[in-house]
Write a protein that binds this ligand. Structure first.
Ligand code: AHR
Length: 546
């Protein structure tokens, strides 16, 4: 619990600019709408999509996952061991693998989080029975058996068809330890480390696509100042090399530096310091991404319940999650100053809802349920990332299984897909699609003193020319009639699915796994106008084909 306590101490309430953020979103949408000549404040919400105008590619990596050695995120959630009665392949659960394959996970960040800065990779290789048993002081002080280590992680990635995003230990490790890990993983030569990897069952070099240099180094990663971290970053960037011959001239490993954890001055100063140094960097070091962490929590310590809440908590959490827009805008603007060509990506590699632990669970395990509210929250954040696709090229929701805003919950042999999972599945077509601007008057939804845009929408065109739209109705009681004028293409057919449920706090449980599940939606297409009714509190994804 040490890390949890220190997080609580060091994070402040970000109430100051919440209202500003929401107003900016609303005003922005109104401005876009008036530019497009759409009538404002209509009962029916009018959306204009011009498929001939395209923006940046929505990098599939914004749909990345994060799997930390924390609670049952890895052990039980992914790894059950080869001798388990739970169906598995080399110790990795088959049901979880099948579910993750269906959402086309582009990358998995591992082994942490705070855990990464205490992880020593050598303890996680070699004969399973002979591995060193350590402790996990960050997360409940439990035993870390090290049975899920480098080879098991790479095997898991191969099984789900994903890429490795390794976080190396800067806090309590050394550049040499990290450099040796990468040599072990990636060399094709018969160095002692290369031969050791072969002896451990994998003669061919592994591909490591992304390298995170530290985690929250301003806090649980060692409480460093920007200057101190920068000196570490330069050394790690220089010496932690990827030797895989297939990654030398193309598919090169991208290096991601620790970035901000909020919008306050300490974090704008951090972004400023890293980006300023990067602008003047020499040949001997470089980065490709700057990480940003932002949880939807309202205030620390996390106190909102993940089950059994009403409209007040629903509206407050969604208001808070829209802070992401302001945060991305703030840090992108600083990055633009030093990197106008947008070479360095903003990598939101920890995001999602962080609620109070479920009663009866170990508070160090960060166990929470996942409701329809989380599905809507996920859609709103993915939409923000898509709108900033020119700078936000990677993101990792926290966390993949059994921890925080998870895709999947497991209990021994049982597994359930969460409402958030369904949003990730519905959004698969947006992976690597090209952003298409949409213009609309979002309208408003008000509850108590919270006012939010009522509707959110994004559109994108895939490689086959299919236009995809995601439309969210935040309002939990009023349906919305939507009409979409489609310019720049001759639409022939439309189909889609929608995700909603009886209540904002509806969840999928092991007993009732289909409570929140997508169902087909009917939309009418007449000429270039598409009409449909969005159910209250729903996320809808449409495909429009020529
Ligand atoms: O995701 C849980 C923790 O939150 C991570 O370990 C840490 O990086 C963050 O503060």
């Amino acid at each position: 619990m040490m890390a949890l306590r220190s997080l609580n101490r060091n994070r402040s309430v970000r109430g100051g600019w919440l209202a500003v953020a929401v107003s900016i979103v609303v005003v922005g949408l109104l401005v876009m709408a008036s530019r497009a000549g759409v009538a404002l404040a209509a009962e029916r919400i009018a959306i204009v999509v011009d498929a001939s105008k395209t923006g940046a590619k929505i990098d599939r990596n914004i749909f990345g996952q994060f799997a930390e050695h924390l609670g049952h995120g890895v052990y039980e959630g992914v790894w059950v061991g080869p001798d388990s009665p739970i169906p598995n392949t080399r110790g990795i659960r088959n049901d979880v693998v099948a579910a993750l394959k269906a959402i086309k996970v582009p990358n998995v960040r591992w082994p942490g989080g705070c855990f990464a800065d205490e992880y020593h990779w050598r303890k996680g290789i070699g004969a399973p029975g002979a591995r060193v048993v350590t402790l996990n002081p960050n997360w409940g002080g439990v035993i870390e058996p090290n049975t899920f280590g480098t080879h098991e992680f790479m095997d898991f990635l191969a099984q789900i068809g994903s890429e490795a995003y390794l976080s190396v230990n800067v806090g309590s490790g050394t550049p040499q330890e990290a450099a040796e890990w990468l040599e072990y993983l990636t060399t094709a030569q018969p160095s002692t480390l290369g031969k050791e990897r072969g002896a451990n069952g994998h003669p061919a070099p592994y591909k490591v696509a992304y390298l995170g240099i530290g985690n929250e180094s301003w806090d649980c990663g060692g409480n460093m100042t920007p200057d101190y971290y920068l000196s570490q970053l330069k050394v790690y960037s220089r010496f932690v090399r990827n030797f895989n011959p297939a990654q030398q001239t193309s598919n090169q490993m991208l290096k991601i530096a620790v970035g901000p954890g909020g919008g306050e001055p300490r974090w704008t100063e951090w972004t400023e310091a890293i980006m300023k140094a990067w602008q003047g960097h020499s040949w001997s070091w470089d980065i490709d991404g700057l990480s940003m962490h932002s949880y939807t929590v309202v205030r620390w310590p996390p106190a909102f319940k993940s089950v059994g809440f009403g409209e007040t908590e629903y509206s407050q959490i969604l208001k808070s999650t829209l802070d992401m827009e302001k945060l991305v805008t703030t840090h992108s603007a600083i990055m633009d100053t030093y990197d106008p060509a947008k070479k360095v990506a903003l990598v939101v590699d920890e995001w999602g809802a962080w609620y109070a632990p479920l009663p009866g669970t170990d508070p160090g395990f960060l166990v929470q349920q996942n409701s329809l509210r989380d599905a809507i929250l996920a859609a709103l954040n993915l939409n923000i990332f898509a709108r900033h696709a020119d700078r936000v090229r990677m993101a990792n929701i926290a966390q993949m299984v059994n921890v925080l805003q998870a895709m999947i919950l497991t209990d021994k042999e049982k597994m359930v897909l969460t409402p958030t999972y369904h949003v990730f599945r519905m959004y698969v077509p947006f992976q690597d699609a090209t952003f298409v601007p949409v213009a609309f008057d979002a309208g408003t939804y008000t509850h108590g003193d919270v006012t939010l845009p009522r509707v959110d929408a994004i559109a994108a065109k895939d490689g086959a020319g299919v236009l995809w739209m995601a439309v969210t109705n935040i309002d939990p009681t009023r349906p919305v009639d939507v009409s979409v004028r489609l310019a720049g293409l001759t639409p022939k057919t439309v189909s889609g699915e929608t995700l909603t449920a009886a209540a904002v706090d509806s969840v999928n449980s092991f007993e009732a796994p289909g409570t929140v599940a997508p169902k087909p939606v009917s939309a009418k297409l007449v000429g270039d106008e598409l009409t449909l009714t969005l159910e209250p509190k729903s996320v809808t994804v449409l495909s429009i084909r020529r």
